[in-house]
Structure formats: structure tokens, C-alpha cells
Design a protein around this ligand. Structure first.
Ligand SMILES: Cc1cc2nc3c(=O)[nH]c(=O)nc-3n(C[C@H](O)[C@H](O)[C@H](O)COP(=O)(O)OP(=O)(O)OC[C@H]3O[C@@H](n4cnc5c(N)ncnc54)[C@H](O)[C@@H]3O)c2cc1C
Length: 460
């Protein structure tokens, strides 16, 4: 165990409802593990909160003993700031309750909930809020950085649907923030959340969705990728906002609807989602097939919650991951050429180039309305290097960095904070653009000592 005596740790144990996990605990290695296996940090203390009131208790303990603080939701963030080396990890991942008031179309969500927890509870009422595309992702980190997914063109970013939060500030105050209460703090946490406090409860606006939607994959040979992507780009300019299509370029996984000889070949995949009436879906999806000659497709009517889990098997925890990301307002032909070129050079079967589509309602909010300000971003490119063997680190990381550099001239100025690795602190200013200076002022007000610095940090 570290320098902490049993008596010191008992001080904490006596006041909290949740559990305290120490390095000599049998569960320690399992509990400190996060989604990205390249992160291997060893907190001195892990405080597994069981209720909101545990958070100020843990913070008080941290301040008293001068401990570095990290905050963990579901531990999905690529940068790995949820874990610290030698400090206290305030782990919220056991607080997963979701309560829905269907008549008001509001969900109340605890900070350790995964997307699956929220979707399951809201869909019981035929409701949903825009979240991401991998159901094991944490709602907390996703929301506090912006949040987008299949519903974003129609209903905006996750932060556009956030109504209020309860949070604990660096000095231990328990506050509520909304448009009406502590509005400046609410402005800041919608995009720069982790910098301003620990959120213990989220309140979201819900929309009628499904429960059945139309979705699936359309897989084209990489040789047709340019024509497919050009037509995709032009088609989406006029497509209704209930239709969202993302692009994935990778080596084809062994999907049962693809001929065996295609498995392992480079492909361009259109991942299609339509939230409107299933009867209208075929009319909107049919033209996509003529973008090229697909190897195969698997599209159909299915429960929204099922589609929300469709990518989980490709995004399991425990692999090594390294990401680079840009925002794009337009996808120029030259940029498409570079994406295709780097698909030909994929360093491994799990690596992929992902183009998520935002646009629509997310673009109709003023850039200064909240800390998340990329209201011109229509596409988010994620260069996703993923591998298992540590010996592959250099090759995979080099591929992602080179592609990132080659595509940079075509990108817009901003970057999505939730896709940044730990080494990209110099991009934080760009990530907030004109909103950055106001965030610095608010950071000075709410966290002058930078207690919450294990994040994409805004320095006071
Ligand atoms: C496989 C995968 C798929 C993804 N898909 C999408 C997607 O479709 N759309 C999208 O928008 N994003 C997506 N993301 C990115 C995701 O939004 C971020 O990784 C997000 O940070 C995950 O949240 P978490 O709570 O699991 O993270 P954690 O790693 O637990 O936390 C990340 C950071 O958030 C802060 N934080 C967490 N909880 C709190 C809290 N309660 N109060 C204050 N600060 C807190 C801390 O600074 C912490 O370091 C994806 C990530 C992965 C790994």
C-alpha cells in the first residue's frame, strides 16, 4: 500500500456510503482499469461512490490530504484522465440509476450511467435523448464534452438537451446549474464540464423516438469509395434530419451478410439510421444502393436500443487505442482521396476511419450559447487506431498521426474535446475557440487552484 496509513483511510471509510478500494485490495486492478488499455495508472485510493453525498466527502478528504483528484464516469475516455497516478480516483461508475418522468419528457440520470442504462429506461416510454453510438460509453463524460450520435441531426447535441445538473464545486459547494440557476456555470459545463466540478445528477430533455427505427449497414468495395463518399456527401445535403448516415472505412469484419471472400478486405461502409416512420425508410435508403455496387447490406426495422448496441462488439474494452480527430464543415474531394489512401494503409484489422455526421439541429445553435461551440461542424473525423499487441504501438500510432497531418489542411478549426488523447493539451484552446477566454474567467472563479485538472484542462 502507499504512504496512507489504515487510520487515515478509515477516516474516509467512516463517512462514506460507498466502498474504498486500495492497492492491496484483490479488486484493485480490475477497478482501476478503463476502456483504453494503453492507460495504466495506479491511484493511491479509489473511492467508489454509492450516492451523491459521497462526492463532497471524497473531495473534502482529497483536499485535506493534498491528493490529486481524478473523476471517473464509465471510464471510456481515450485520454484516460479518469484515472490518476498516486492520487484519489473518485469513481462514480456504480451510480447508474435513471428515472424518467414520461409526461414531462425528462430523464434524471446518475453520473455513472452508461448510454445503455439511459436508452433502456427512456425507451420504455418511447422516448430518447441524443447520445453516442456505443452503449457502454458513460453518459457523464459524453455529455460534459458535447455528445453526439444518431439523433443529433434531428435533436441536436447531448448538451443541447441538457436541462440542469447537480454538481459539487472544487470548494465543496453543492450547486444546481441550469439556464435559471448558476447560469454561468451551466454555460461552462455544457462542453467543458470536467473542469468546473463533479456532476452528481443530469437532467435531459427527451423526444419521441421509435421504439422501432430503421437502421443497418451498406458495405461497398474500397475501389468504389470515392464515388460512394461523393454521392453520400451530396445526398445528405438534402436528406431529412431524421436520416443520419455515418461512414466507416476499415477491413471488413466477418459479418454474416458478407460473402466470406470479402472478410478482411478494405471496405467503405455506410451506417444508416432513420428515426422516421419505417414506411418512409425504403424510399430514402433505396438511392444509397446506387452509389456503387454493394458487397452486401443488412438494413431493417429494429428496436432503437438494439441499434444503439450494434457497434459494441467492435468497441469492446481492453484493446489498445489511439485516436486523432478533426471537425469538417465540408468533405472536399481531396480530403476524400486522403481518407481512401490511408484506408489502403490500415495497420491492422481493428483500425478504422470513422466519419460521424452532426449538422442539422446541432448547427442551429449559436456558437456562444454554451462552451461547446462547433456549430459549423457537419462531420467529425475519428482516426481510430486500435490493436492488441504492445509491439504494434509504434506502427499504429504513426499511421494515425500521419493521416491526421495529411487531412489537417481540409479540416475546420475546432476539435471535439471528447476525441482528444492525453498528449493534445495544446489543442484545448482550439477546441473552445472564441469561448475559451470566458472559460478561463469562469475557471478562475470556480476552481482557481485547478483542483480539477485531470481533463482537457482550462488553466485558471
Ligand atoms: C468506443 C467509444 C465510442 C464513442 N462514441 C462516441 C459517440 O458516438 N459520440 C460522442 O459524443 N462521444 C463518443 N465517445 C467519446 C466519449 O464521449 C468520451 O470518451 C467520454 O468522455 C466518455 O465518458 P465516460 O464517462 O465514459 O468517461 P470517463 O473516462 O469516465 O470520464 C472522462 C472525463 O470526463 C470527466 N467526468 C466524468 N464524469 C464526470 C462527472 N460526473 N463530473 C465531472 N466530470 C466528469 C472527467 O474529466 C473524466 O476524466 C466514444 C468513446 C468511445 C471509447
Amino acid at each position: 500500500m502507499t504512504s496512507f496509513s489504515r487510520n487515515t483511510v478509515n477516516e474516509l471509510k467512516e463517512v462514506v456510503k460507498g466502498g474504498v478500494v486500495l492497492p492491496d485490495d484483490a479488486r484493485y486492478n480490475e477497478v482501476r482499469q478503463i476502456w483504453n488499455a494503453t492507460i495504466d495508472k495506479h491511484p493511491a485510493i479509489i473511492m467508489q461512490c454509492a450516492e451523491a453525498a459521497d462526492v463532497p466527502r471524497a473531495l473534502h478528504f482529497a483536499r485535506r490530504h493534498g491528493l490529486e483528484v481524478s473523476v471517473r464516469g464509465a471510464g471510456h475516455n481515450i485520454a484516460g484522465n479518469a484515472v490518476c497516478e498516486g492520487g484519489i480516483m473518485i469513481d462514480l461508475s456504480n451510480m447508474t440509476q435513471v428515472r424518467v418522468e414520461a409526461a414531462k419528457k425528462i430523464a434524471y440520470v446518475e453520473p455513472g450511467a452508461r448510454l445503455a442504462d439511459v436508452d433502456k429506461a427512456t425507451q420504455q416510454h418511447g422516448l430518447a435523448t441524443p447520445l453516442g453510438i456505443n452503449s457502454t460509453t458513460g453518459v457523464a463524460g459524453l455529455t460534459l464534452g458535447g455528445g453526439f450520435g444518431w439523433l443529433t441531426r434531428q435533436h441536436g447535441m447531448t448538451v443541447d438537451n441538457l436541462l440542469a445538473v447537480d454538481l459539487v464545486t472544487a470548494d465543496g459547494r453543492e450547486l444546481r446549474a441550469s439556464e435559471q440557476e448558476n447560469a454561468d456555470l451551466f454555460w461552462a459545463i455544457r462542453g467543458a464540464g470536467g473542469n468546473f466540478g463533479i456532476v452528481t445528477g443530469f437532467e435531459y430533455r427527451l423526444h419521441p423516438v421509435g421504439p422501432e427505427i430503421t437502421a443497418g449497414l451498406l458495405v461497398f468495395p474500397i475501389a468504389q469509395a470515392k464515388q460512394v463518399l461523393q454521392q453520400y456527401r451530396d445526398y445528405m445535403d438534402k436528406a431529412p434530419e431524421a436520416l443520419n448516415i455515418w461512414v466507416v472505412m476499415r477491413k471488413a469484419p466477418p459479418l454474416p451478410f458478407l460473402p466470406e471472400e470479402v472478410h478482411g478486405k478494405e471496405v467503405a461502409v455506410l451506417a444508416v439510421f432513420y428515426a422516421g416512420a419505417p414506411a418512409d425508410a425504403e424510399r430514402l435508403i433505396a438511392p444509397l444502393r446506387d452509389f456503387g455496387t454493394p458487397y452486401g447490406e443488412h438494413i431493417g426495422v429494429q428496436p432503437y436500443v438494439e441499434w444503439q448496441q450494434a457497434f459494441d462488439p467492435l468497441l469492446t474494452p481492453g484493446a489498445r487505442n489511439y485516436w486523432k480527430s478533426h471537425n469538417f464543415t465540408v468533405l472536399k474531394d481531396d480530403a476524400l482521396d486522403i481518407m481512401i489512401d490511408y484506408t489502403h494503409r490500415l495497420p491492422g484489422p481493428q483500425c478504422e476511419i470513422f466519419i460521424g455526421m452532426i449538422g442539422g439541429a446541432a448547427n442551429r445553435v449559436a456558437p456562444g450559447a454554451m462552451a461547446y461551440g462547433h456549430r459549423d461542424a457537419r462531420f467529425v473525423l475519428n482516426v481510430h487506431a486500435r490493436w492488441d499487441d504492445i509491439a504494434q504501438d509504434k506502427t499504429c500510432i504513426a499511421w494515425a498521426r500521419e493521416f491526421f497531418k495529411a487531412s489537417a489542411p481540409y479540416a475546420s478549426a475546432g476539435v471535439y474535446i471528447n476525441f482528444m488523447t492525453e498528449e493534445e493539451g495544446d489543442r484545448v484552446k482550439a477546441a473552445y475557440g472564441p469561448n475559451y477566454e470566458r472559460l478561463v474567467q469562469l475557471k478562475r472563479q470556480y476552481d482557481p487552484d485547478n483542483l480539477f485538472h485531470l481533463n482537457q484542462n482550462i488553466r485558471p
